[in-house]
Design a protein around this ligand. Structure first.
Ligand SMILES: [Zn+2]
Ligand SMILES: [Zn+2]
Length: 362
């Protein structure tokens, strides 16, 4: 028997849905059926969802992957936080009332080398929520009980939401970089949704942080969050040279490319010191790459190029613990549910410092 809470579960709920998927897509808020949990699922009532640029990629359908409609999905979203309102008949480790989060990976097989080594987000059987399954733009969503994220005390839903994707993604990259306390960490895109959390985490881990982004608002944000220096690409002609100068004249130990622009990828290798790590995180437009980066540079500087996807269950837990300790505070602007389309448009226009979060209860 499925266990249900006292609060009555409605038959329908509000959801942000994509209309006219593709280059001219629009987001609309509609009523959709509340799904019924399968035996191994929990049903989560979300209080908040972050808006991530990946959602926009999925709605634009500009990535070389199948579109949402192929899977019968209309709601993107993978940064949800809320509470369990119903559990499937086989579920024993969750109960109604537990706080729970939605992150990009929906599930994994837990029967392969990648899953066993904490790299389950790379498992070939790890589908994406908000692409292959209805995502967190829908207030009532399903999640496999074994892969649902617990939200610790002291982290509210507006903070937890953005950590599910951006916070956990950048935690994972910093961890894989192997950078040590005292090393220089540079964040192209430091004022953005992923970057501004990277700045805080790297600072909390004892690294020396340089932000690269454009404009005084982003500079102010970055310096407040713990950057030691900021390079404004709208003012400085040779950004890479400026970064090298700041980092002892030798370059950075790690460059965390959280920006999604082709130019960020082009200049990053030039910012590295010998043996530096070039960490690829932000998704650039299709077809862009390290275009002009000469292999001689990689050889001569012993560069390491490492790509990381979204964080694992453990990475997300760790990122949430930094938040619970007050060391990671996502900067966000809240939009009421009815204004979800405006939030999406604002992010698409690139006008966001920090993160946008939608409040399902207002
Ligand atoms: Zn995301
Ligand atoms: Zn697996």
């Amino acid at each position: 028997m499925a266990q249900t809470g006292d609060a009555e579960i409605p038959k329908t709920c509000k959801a942000g849905v994509v209309v006219n998927e593709g280059p001219d897509f629009k987001l609309a808020v509609e009523d959709v059926p509340v799904p019924e949990p399968g035996p191994n699922d929990v049903l989560i009532k979300l209080n908040a969802t972050g808006i991530c640029y990946s959602d926009i990629h999925y709605m634009l359908n500009d990535l070389p992957i199948p579109k949402m409609s192929v899977f019968g999905v209309r709601s993107p979203g993978h940064e949800g936080a809320g509470v369990v309102v119903k559990v499937g008949s086989n579920v024993t480790n969750w109960k109604v009332g537990d706080r729970a989060g939605i992150k990009p990976a929906y599930d994994a097989c837990f029967d392969c080398e990648l899953c066993w080594s904490g790299k389950e987000t790379y498992c070939p059987q790890s589908p994406q929520i908000g692409l292959q399954f209805p995502g967190s733009y829908q207030q009532y969503v399903l999640s496999p009980a074994r892969y649902t994220q617990r939200i610790p005390e002291g982290v509210d839903d507006f903070v937890a939401g953005p950590i599910m994707c951006s916070g956990s993604t950048i935690y994972s990259s910093i961890k894989e970089s192997g950078l040590k306390p005292g090393d220089w960490a540079v964040f192209p895109g430091a004022g953005g949704g992923v970057g501004h959390m990277g700045v805080q985490l790297a600072r909390a881990m004892g690294m020396r942080v340089v932000g690269v982004d454009g404009g005084d608002d982003k500079k102010e944000l970055c310096m407040k969050l713990g950057c030691e220096a900021f390079v404004d690409f709208t003012k400085v002609t040779d950004v890479a040279a400026e970064v090298v100068k700041i980092c002892d004249g030798k370059g950075a130990h790690g460059i965390f490319i959280t920006a999604t622009s082709a130019s960020a990828y082009k200049t990053a290798p030039m910012m590295a010191r010998i043996g530096g790590k070039v960490m690829c995180i932000g998704l650039p437009p299709p077809g862009d790459g390290f275009g002009e980066a000469n292999p001689l540079l990689f050889i001569g500087k012993n560069l390491h190029m490492i790509g990381t996807k979204v964080g694992s269950l453990l990475d997300t837990q760790k990122a949430l613990e930094f938040a619970a300790r007050g060391l990671l505070k996502p900067i966000y602007e809240v939009f009421p549910l009815a204004k979800m389309p405006d939030a999406v448009a604002k992010l698409q226009a690139g006008k966001v410092a920090g993160r946008l979060v939608v409040d399902f209860n207002s």
